[in-house]
Design a protein around this ligand. Structure first.
Ligand code: PHE
Length: 348
């Protein structure tokens, strides 16, 4: 009996050493410990072993069983480690014959690439990036920006209001932010002039989707507050932005436009990149494309942000990122950007 046991011990220690895969190890484990496995079979013979011998064989059986279990477990650890190491060295690449593209590298989404470009551009001017929530209070998105409830200006933004009647929340007025301007009050409250901050991210509007509109889209916004900030800065920043992104020949034009949280407010147009200002289908014959909304931050908003409007002035400036991406890359339908279509995205 003892001999048989030692034979199993040697045999399985050797086999364990030789295994190369987890599957082989599992087989070995079952052959040893499984029902009708070698140890099971052996223990069935215990009833024929004289008591004296059993006293010796019993503990030996347990000891060997334990030893074999430990050695299999250790080997399992070793194989796993090898697998992890080889995975770390492995490069995940879809073969080019499957993607139809020559280069095998992956890349960021065109909108993300574009956002990185914009952020870098304004970093150079000393702007620092912040963030604000996409689900926000009616107060931060509207009221604090001079847009009280029932004010006609609300019609400028088709809003997704959130029905909170079934939730016990501190505020029952929540919505999906309609613009990144919900960051303005946070930026003003939490910083002291000079303030040079940028923010970007998803916004939502209750819109019918078409080639130029989506209910879910991205905006980029800057807030600049200091002594003697004026509309001249706005003109300069607009040109800096358009020329860097769309090309040196592009001009910026400020046109009066109403936004309740700026005074004066402007629509910022870029000369059409397609027809160079001559007038074409893209710009509806005008030679200009409206790309951004902006203006001098309203004294009421500054005051609510804890900043004295007699000492400081500021500008806010916001642009729709997908619209700009469309222009930059000549994309006809804005909806393709969120289609998940790799054939389309692979072009960038
Ligand atoms: N938040 C405005 C919009 O989305 C744009 C804007 C930003 C206007 C900053 C003025 C100042 O329509």
């Amino acid at each position: 009996m003892e001999e048989k046991l030692k034979k199993i011990q040697q045999d399985f220690l050797n086999k364990t050493k030789d295994t190369k895969t987890l599957a082989q190890l599992d087989e070995l484990f079952i052959a040893l410990f499984g029902k009708n496995g070698q140890l099971d079979e052996l223990s069935k013979q215990f009833k024929d072993v004289p008591k004296d011998e059993l006293k010796k064989v019993g503990p030996l059986f347990n000891q060997i069983k334990q030893q074999l279990e430990i050695s299999i477990n250790e080997k399992r650890g070793t194989i796993r480690k090898q697998i992890y190491q080889s995975l770390q060295n492995e490069k995940f690449e879809i073969p080019s014959e499957r993607t139809g593209r020559k280069e095998k590298k992956g890349h960021l989404h065109p909108v993300t690439q574009f956002e990185e470009d914009i952020v870098k551009l304004f970093e150079k001017l000393g702007f620092v990036q912040t963030d604000a929530p996409q689900i926000d209070t009616d107060y931060n998105n509207f009221e604090v920006l001079n847009i009280p409830e029932n004010h006609p200006a609300r019609d400028l933004w088709d809003t997704f209001y959130i029905d909170t009647t079934n939730y016990k929340l501190q505020t029952n007025k929540l919505l999906l932010r309609t613009h990144t301007s919900n960051a303005q009050i946070r930026i003003l409250k939490n910083n002291k002039p000079p303030i040079r901050v940028m923010t970007l991210g998803r916004c939502f509007r209750y819109e019918n989707a078409d080639a130029r509109h989506e209910h879910t889209f991205e905006q980029f916004e800057i807030v600049y507050v200091d002594k003697d900030v004026s509309m001249t800065h706005l003109q300069y920043l607009s040109e800096y932005f358009f020329k860097s992104i769309l090309g040196k020949g592009i001009q910026a034009r400020l046109r009066p436009k109403y936004y309740p949280f700026v005074e004066p407010g402007v629509g910022v147009d870029a000369s059409c990149a397609f027809c160079k200002g001559k007038g074409c289908k893209v710009c509806a014959g005008t030679g200009w494309l409206e790309l951004a909304g902006a203006g001098m931050i309203h004294p009421g908003v500054l005051t609510r942000g804890g900043i004295d409007p007699d000492q400081y002035s500021g500008i806010a400036w916001g642009v729709g990122i997908e619209r700009m991406t469309m222009l930059k890359y000549g994309i006809e339908d804005l909806r393709s950007l969120k289609s998940g279509d790799l054939k389309f995205l692979g072009r960038f």
